[in-house]
Design a protein around this ligand. Structure first.
Ligand code: AMP
Length: 209
């Protein structure tokens, strides 16, 4: 099963992907996580994308497409995968169609105000990727992950200014993909406004599970 998770930043794609990994036993491929890991490791790719990802703008299509193409050539994706955060532009979607067969595109729908509220408080474990929130879901011990005791931090692009920019980029460049995949009969809509357990249930239902 080859899936794409589509939706604005803060729709809960990362959290839902973690659940879908368990459900379908396929890897979660997040281009944002790959870029952040490259930045943290100081690789040439990381140095190239650091300022872009921290500002909330998009990395160029050529770099991003090459990265995903290489990732999808690896062994562990044979039985399927979840693409989270890719494609984000029509040229990326067109390129993807040339080297991958997508079974379904899950569109996580949530209004802008909810996104800003969620993301301004978002905190993430640097080690296992678990999500927390400064107000709604604090870790038991400040700055430490409940699950693995990793460091819990705030992403550089979760400042209010960067969030507004990311939302604008989403509306301008990524939202057209909803029509692109609907026309191809691949889109399933999931209401991502409720709490994560409910969204997970909506997702399972939409997938016929
Ligand atoms: P995310 O973790 O998906 O919110 O991605 C974080 C940042 O990584 C984005 O704001 C972009 O700067 C960059 N990025 C991730 N995926 C893509 C993509 N498909 N195309 C261009 N830039 C991307």
């Amino acid at each position: 099963m080859n899936l794409i998770f589509l939706g604005p930043p803060g729709a809960g794609k990362g959290t839902l992907a973690a659940k879908a990994v368990e459900l379908f036993k396929i890897p979660h491929i997040s281009t944002g996580s790959i870029f952040r890991a490259a930045r943290d490791a100081g690789t040439p790719l990381g140095l190239k994308v650091k300022a872009i990802i921290e500002s909330g703008k998009l990395v160029d299509d050529e770099t991003t497409i090459a990265l995903v193409r290489e990732r999808l050539s690896q062994e562990d994706v044979r039985a399927g995968y979840i693409l989270d955060g890719f494609p984000r532009t029509i040229p990326q979607a067109e390129a993807l169609a040339g080297f991958a067969r997508i079974d379904r595109v899950v569109n996580f729908d949530v209004p802008d105000e909810a996104v800003v509220e969620r993301l301004t408080g978002r905190q993430i474990c640097r080690n296992c990727g678990a999500n927390y929130h400064r107000v709604f879901k604090k870790p038991r011990q400040e700055g430490r992950c409940d699950a693995c005791e990793g460091e819990v931090y705030t992403r550089a692009d979760d400042s209010e200014e960067a969030i507004r920019r990311r939302l604008q980029v989403y509306r301008d460049q990524t939202a057209p993909l909803i029509g692109f995949y609907r026309e191809r009969g691949l889109l399933v809509d999931v209401d991502a406004r409720p709490a994560v357990e409910q969204v997970a249930a909506n997702f399972k239902k939409a997938m016929g599970r």
